[in-house]
Design a binder for this molecule. Structure first.
Ligand SMILES: [Zn+2]
Length: 478
């Protein structure tokens, strides 16, 4: 260790490396991978110095160390990325904290290179469907956060009048379901409810995020008890996604509301989404690491850690989802981390209709997607756009998700030469259940920096001073 090198838990003055993914001012949707030195101050990126080569960079770092600066120098095989922004996480606290809570979820995020997450409004009790409930959740999160956390509100039957107070209280948008959510206190919207929510969201200038599976299609599809993954897959057909997405597109066209399709699983919906985008509709789309990195062919029967809704489909579908990402029809990749305890995951003793649906991918997602991207000839520059910049922009957190002067000093070091063999017992989320257990990746997240502080790699040692984020206000123009 060189004098002036960083120790975990302490603030950094400088982060540098041969491959720093800096935002490209000339092309806001791109990043450039360059030798660079980031100067950090007061939790933000104060300056960015690009260097023509590594020798020049290291000479500058020597000068920094000589003047007493604390330096993190990423290895040559590593890239410095903006910290991940995961806008789809079910924390479940308060109320179902025995499934997952703020302490364990944010530790998993930090270790996985995710420096900001946005908590879903359901599975906690109460659900985030009123401003008072949001206050309960914000209180529950206090003092536990290893990363910054924002909050979604919920749109359910009967709470239309609560959306404006929630928006004023700082939620980043509203989630709704079009089919049963899995918990009775968060029912789905019917067609009229969806339309009313879109009208209200348009009026507020907010965002509606939609779990797009159609209730009627699901209701008429057989779902017999079975331990066979193929039977579970058949019970959640692509047509359910197609019908629901068509309804969302139509609603956006009629109301002008901004809407976002959550966790797209069926690539058959891509042409419909591409058409809607070409038409100029304000519609965005996400998918998840498990749809991009796992496929039905590899899922054993009676293995509920792979159960989620919509389901993980076949390999050809997975390839087509990657095409959708590369083509820009899919905007972002977020985890849909939705854990439960063993009792819930094993309910029905392997009957996949009874088991709780949800994949716990918060800590592994970035690494898994980076590995799969690399195998497909895609670089971290693209991955970072899907996992940092685009999700930050979705929720208007424009100080997140980019390495730019003035942005928050939230960073991840991803080392392509440090492999990771995933051991479920060592993941930081609450229960040792994961679809990624035993998988081996060629690269991994080796360091995370939040608000200019190098985070320890042990959950118990993490500082718990993450922010509870509210929606940034539009600055009044003079
Ligand atoms: Zn979800």
């Amino acid at each position: 260790m060189t004098p002036g090198d960083a120790l975990p838990g302490g603030p950094l003055d400088v982060v540098a490396g041969p491959r720093v993914l800096v935002a490209d001012d000339a092309a806001p949707d791109r990043v450039r991978s360059v030798p660079a030195l980031l100067r950090l101050a007061e939790g933000r990126i104060a300056a960015i110095e690009e260097h023509p080569d590594v020798r020049s960079l290291d000479a500058a770092l020597e000068a920094e160390r000589a003047r007493g600066a604390t330096v993190l120098r990423a290895p040559d095989a590593a890239a410095v990325l903006p910290g991940g922004v995961d806008t789809h996480v079910h924390v479940n606290e308060p109320g179902r904290t025995h499934w997952e809570g703020f302490s364990s979820a944010t530790a998993a995020a930090a270790l996985g290179g995710v420096t900001t997450l946005v908590d879903m409004p359901l599975n906690s009790l109460p659900p985030t469907t009123t401003a008072a409930h949001l206050a309960v959740k914000r209180d529950a999160a206090a003092g536990q956060l290893a990363v910054d956390v924002g909050f979604w509100g919920g749109a359910i039957p009967g709470n239309l009048a609560d959306l404006e107070p929630l928006w004023e209280a700082g939620v980043l948008g509203f989630k709704c379901f079009l089919s049963p959510s899995g918990v009775e206190e968060f029912p789905p919207l019917d067609a009229a409810g969806l339309r009313a929510a879109l009208v209200e969201v348009a009026r507020l200038g907010a965002l509606l995020i939609v779990h797009a599976e159609d209730a009627a299609v699901l209701a008429r599809t057989p779902a017999p008890p079975s331990r066979a993954y193929a039977d579970f897959l058949a019970s959640r057909p692509e047509d359910a996604e197609l019908a629901a997405i068509a309804a969302v597109v139509e609603g956006v066209r009629e109301t002008g509301a901004r809407a976002h399709v959550l966790h797209l699983s069926s690539a058959r919906a891509l042409p419909l989404l591409a058409e809607a985008r070409a038409e100029g509709l304000p519609l965005t789309v996400e998918t998840c690491p498990h749809y991009l990195c796992l496929s039905a062919e590899g899922i054993p029967d009676a293995a509920p850690q792979f159960k989620c809704c919509p389901p993980i489909r076949d390999d050809a579908n997975r390839d087509a989802l990657w095409d959708g990402l590369v083509d820009g029809v899919i905007d972002l990749v977020v985890s849909d981390h939705s854990p439960a305890d063993a009792a819930e995951k094993e309910r029905g003793d392997g009957d996949l209709q009874q088991a709780w649906g949800g994949v716990s991918g918060l800590q592994v997602g970035l690494t898994a997607v980076a590995a799969e991207a690399r195998a497909r000839g895609l670089g971290l520059e693209q991955v970072s756009r899907w996992t940092s910049r685009n999700p930050a922009d979705l929720v208007g957190l424009t100080s997140k998700g980019r390495l730019a002067v003035g942005a928050d000093a939230d960073l991840a070091v991803f080392d392509e030469a440090v492999p990771w063999s995933v051991d479920v017992a060592r993941l930081a989320h609450r229960h040792p259940i994961s679809a990624y257990d035993g998988l081996v990746y060629p690269g991994s997240v080796t360091a995370t920096v939040r608000a200019g502080v190098l985070l320890p790699r042990e959950p118990d040692a993490l500082p718990r001073d993450g922010s509870r984020l509210a929606r940034p206000r539009q600055e009044a123009r003079a």
